[in-house]
Design a protein around this ligand. Sequence first.
Ligand SMILES: Cc1ncc(COP(=O)(O)O)c(C=O)c1O
Length: 357
Amino acid sequence: MGYFRENIEKLKGYEPGFQPKATDVIKLNTNENPYPPSPSVMKALKDISDEKLRRYPDPFGNEFRQAAAEVHGLSPENIMCCNGGDDLLTMAFRAFCDENRPVAYPVPTYSLYPVLAKLQNCPAVEVPFDDEFNLPVKLTKTNAALTIICNPNAPSGSFISVGELASLADELSSGVLLIDEAYVDFAEENCAGLVKDFDNVVILRSMSKGYSLAGIRFGYAIARPDLIEGLMKVKDSYNVDAVAIAVATEAIKDQKYFRETTEKVKKSRNLLIEQLRALKFKVLPSSANFVLAKSRNRDAGNIFDKLLQRNIYIRYFNLPGLDDKLRITVGTDEQNDKLILALKEILSEENASLPSQ
Ligand SMILES: Cc1ncc(COP(=O)(O)O)c(C=O)c1O
């Protein structure tokens, strides 16, 4: 007998995107924001006192909860701080799922969900999206204890309207609806307001993307106070550290900087989509800070390898339904232009090697 529980023994853990050590690369593989955090974040970081480090942090991160509540027009009791959005996902599986309490989600989506289901030993009901990534109607009928919708979805970038998700929350016969809004800062609308009308909705937010804080690990939940209280029972006592609370609070307070940088990314995304389409890639509209591009007649894995040789990192998923596509994080216009130039070269090399007809 091995040391681990059987499900852990069998589990292939989550594979995070590659983090290259070199800094002189074009890194468009893990959906980070290409712009630095707000200047007030950097000041807060410099002002951290030794006393702040000596003491345990506020276990609830109340300073952040207050600031986030103001941004969303809610109360601090609607907010729970997390060690990145992933921390909330772990808590949700632990709080709502077990062998007899399944999770359901549409696929393809964030590849962490099935890993967490296996860790928790709960059945996972995977309902396929159609080609346009519309909300699958079957999701209302799964009887899952936890239904997760990633919106905008990863890795498609597709978006389901707030109205449709409100109907889903209403129609679910049982369980909680967790809307993973890790990328919503780049979309036109969001579901935060749904927590006023539905007692079964939990919203996941991340400070990694829109607020350029992937290195600090901070996210938060938005929900009715009784759901927040229940989730708090599951969290580590000090799940967010003092430095993270201080800088995340400054970041969310600086809404002007946040709007400026997210708008820049959205503009660059729309330009990148046009540029990729001009190179004959099929690209779905994206509401996130990445795009999913399907090469019409070239091997996606080969394009990925050739970009890597040029120190350009993007993401390739060798999985059914995704193995003909490339997921590209939106960089600065300068980075995107370098990517497009490299793609032009790669595609013309391959053209040259094709047999003439
Ligand atoms: C769909 C989705 N949800 C949640 C997360 C978690 O983000 P973080 O833990 O960095 O806040 C990610 C990270 O990439 C993601 O892609």
